[in-house]
Design a protein around this ligand. Structure first.
Ligand code: PLP
Length: 408
């Protein structure tokens, strides 16, 4: 059957009917342990009863009001986010890319409002991923996402990941901000070491630049802190958030200090759906759980256990796994074999993991998993690695078999 959906995705031949916690149930009934969480979105797993209750209760009351009227649920969520972070104000969007668009506009507007409209360039890093809008593909700087879409959106200067000299050299009189992910997600789970993040913060302060962090993937408890930058003991001026903040309901947010947001006065930005009551109800419900006492401790403990067990997998399968890296429950397995081989082998074992750049397989399980799910995932990953090894062996033996066949 040909699909009527625009074919921009290379989808796996799998369709799911329902989800329960860390498990997805496919059509036909097969159960998969979901260590991808819809790319770090289902932070509380599937069908979490508190989120289902929040959504259905709100669904029976009011779905949409637009931003023409007061938004009490949004006010509450913004206040809670502000209280829990560096931020004073929050703009709600529907996606990560839109949260980034708001962040980019805000940084430029800040300098314009400060009398320096010429300061409109933003330094970004190779390997970054900030979304698929025209501005965010330019910010990400990956040619494969920009090719064929007309002139590149101007205003971004990209430097190699981890190259401090290039970063300093890229800062000029037109620079407005530095934008980065504290842990590159799509780029292959590449963490920025805390000391480098602190140095980038200092560089921003020295040059009057705004620090914009993209915590779309690594935020909302994923690393065991509410936001990943907290590990470095620094704060950004602006931060883009999405994915986990809605627990599966599409929403994003741009958080900022009052100073950074000073140019964003009525009429400067907006969205029809952003801050929709359904999203705000679910967002508040996500925070109820993520901010509850002990939740982030649980994430850190589970992460430690998972990392230890993954180190064992690496030791048992050194021809497959080269490195285990990441923070909290955002883990990358850098591989010796093509990452697609391991992703497929894991899927055959009923474990969902996700490929990323730099030949990495990503593990982004729900933050709610415990020892049982860790043990189950490790057993399945162990078998998947063994399958990949068996495939490698068969391949190296294949030419000999062919010669034997040819001779016969
Ligand atoms: N920023 C990061 C770090 C991401 O991982 C993503 C999506 O994967 C985005 C931005 C874009 O988010 P969205 O797909 O919701 O637009």
């Amino acid at each position: 059957m040909t699909s009527s959906i625009l074919p921009v995705y290379a989808r796996a031949p799998l369709a799911f009917e329902r989800g329960e916690g860390a498990w997805l149930v496919a059509e036909g009934g097969r159960r998969y342990l979901d260590f991808g969480s819809g790319i770090a979105v289902n932070a509380l797993g599937h069908s979490h009863p508190h989120l289902v209750a929040a959504l259905t209760e709100q669904g029976a009351k009011l779905w949409h009001i637009s931003n023409l009227y007061q938004n009490p649920l949004g006010e509450r969520l913004a206040k809670r986010l502000a209280e829990a972070t560096f931020a004073d104000v929050v703009f709600f969007s529907n996606s990560g890319a839109e949260a980034l668009e708001a962040s980019i506009k805000m940084a430029r507007k800040y300098h314009a409002a400060s009398g320096h409209p010429e300061r409109n360039r933003i330094v970004t890093f190779e390997g970054a991923f900030h979304g698929r809008t025209l501005a965010t593909i330019a910010a990400g700087g990956q040619r494969k996402y920009m090719e064929g879409f007309g002139p590149d959106m101007p205003g971004f200067d990209q430097v190699p990941f981890g190259d401090d000299a290039a970063l300093k050299a890229a800062i000029g009189p037109q620079t407005a901000a530095i934008l980065l992910e504290p842990i590159q997600g799509e780029g292959g789970v590449r963490p920025v070491p805390p000391e480098r993040l602190r140095a980038i913060r200092a560089l921003c302060d020295q040059h009057g630049l705004l620090l914009i962090l993209d915590e779309v993937q690594c935020g909302v408890g994923r690393t065991g802190k509410l936001f990943a930058h907290e590990w470095a003991g620094i704060a950004p001026d602006i931060m883009a958030v999405a994915k986990g903040i809605g627990g599966g309901f599409p929403m994003g947010a741009c958080l900022a200090t009052a100073e950074a947001a000073k140019g964003m006065v009525p009429g400067t930005h907006g969205t029809t759906f952003g801050g929709n009551p359904l999203a705000m109800a679910v967002g508040n419900a996500v925070l109820d759980i993520v901010l509850a006492e002990g939740f982030l401790d649980h994430v850190r403990q589970t992460a430690l256990l998972l990392k230890q067990r993954l180190a064992e997998i690496k030791d048992r399968h050194p021809a497959v796994v080269a490195e285990v890296r990441g923070e909290g429950l955002m883990i990358g397995l850098k591989l010796h074999v093509p990452n697609t081989d391991l992703v497929k082998a894991a899927e055959a074992e009923g474990l969902l993991v996700i490929g990323a750049g730099d030949n990495v397989a990503r593990l982004l399980p729900p933050l709610t998993i415990g020892e049982e799910e860790v043990a189950e995932a490790i057993a399945r990953l162990d078998r998947a690695c063994a399958q990949v090894e068996a495939g490698m062996k068969a391949q190296t033996q294949a030419p000999a078999a062919k010669i034997v066949g040819a001779a016969a």
